[in-house]
Design a protein around this ligand. Sequence first.
Ligand code: DOR
Ligand code: ZN
Length: 405
Amino acid sequence: MDAFHGRFYISGEFREKYVVVDRGIIREVKSEMSGMDVKNIPGHIFPGGIDMHVHFRDPGETEKEDFRTGSLSAIFGGTTTVCDMPNNKIPIDNRQSFESKLSEIRNRSFVDFGLYQAASGVTIPEAVGQKIFLGKSTGGLLTELDDCEWQDKVKVVHAELQECIDNNNKESKDLVSHDMNRPLECELEAIEYIFKYNLANTHIAHLTSSRSLELAKSLGFTTEVTPHHLLLNNSSPIGSFGKVNPPLRKKSVQEELLNILNSKSLDVIASDHAPHTAAEKEVFKDSPSGMPGVETRVPLILSLFKKGLIQIERTVSTLMEKPAEICRINKGFIAEGYDADFISVDLKNVTEIMGDELHSKCGWTPFEKFEGIFPDLVYLRGEMMIQEGEVISSPSGAFLNAKKQ
Ligand code: DOR
Ligand code: ZN
């Protein structure tokens, strides 16, 4: 048993508490304590971040990222759990590829992880959820909805409708034309389209506008945005490095999205960490869509919190609590029975984000010189993982089965 003492985020505010941890799980949260050695944690203590949307490329494209570098990047950015997408080189849409992916990455992760399957005619009970591609993106997967078997789990939807993309698609030569080739209407049409399937637990990934977000919420879906759609737009000076699907929108649309951070219509902020090498990203028309973000997600949003742009309850809810609830994992809250994943943050410690100091194999960030607040200490199931800028643990991340209902 271990006991920790500090200012923990509990039910809407930071409270000075003692947290007793037994075999990685929070057993008790109390106001006084005696008779046990106590470890003091400084700063503000949040639950570990949960990023329910990452592409760690492993196996198949480990020149871009592998589970070791992706998970290192996660943990340095205060994320202790990730859910990894199934658009690997060999798609994860059957039991054999799922099992071979799991055995490949099992001992490489510094964070706990769930794995999605691509929705298909087979169901994989160990998957954390099912991914639906309504339009083709990197990897070219397109879901045949009528042939799918469904599980009682989250269905994460890439909401750009292929038919609409085909009607618009020309060669993208810059961020503005990329936006025109995959316009917002393709996103709105995709949301309406998936509604007709009446699937339980539908979650719409990477929404790019307040309009599509409100539409998704009004139809009963859970909603997700990314830091890049919140903070970048199609006139940001990042050229081909900003090519992503769905595209960055124009400035007014981006600003409107940023303005609804405090609205309950928004459930989750996920990174859609999609690393490609800097060399591949160089020339616009050949640049594969996607950008890294797992390490900067929590730090960027904490800096928005410090600036007063997002409330504390919304910060914790979008980065930690809601993704855990949606993926049905026993995390995201500092409360009895949950995993003891904590990050300790000094809110005065605002730094400039620098691509070459991050841990992703891809070595660049679209958020160069943006302000971020990185955690000083990171604990995974009661074990200290990061201290003074160094990882001090082995890759002890565990594979998470989705909770049964
Ligand atoms: O821009 C994107 N990149 N969008 C996706 O849907 C996939 C991702 C990737 O895997 O690179
Ligand atoms: Zn994605």
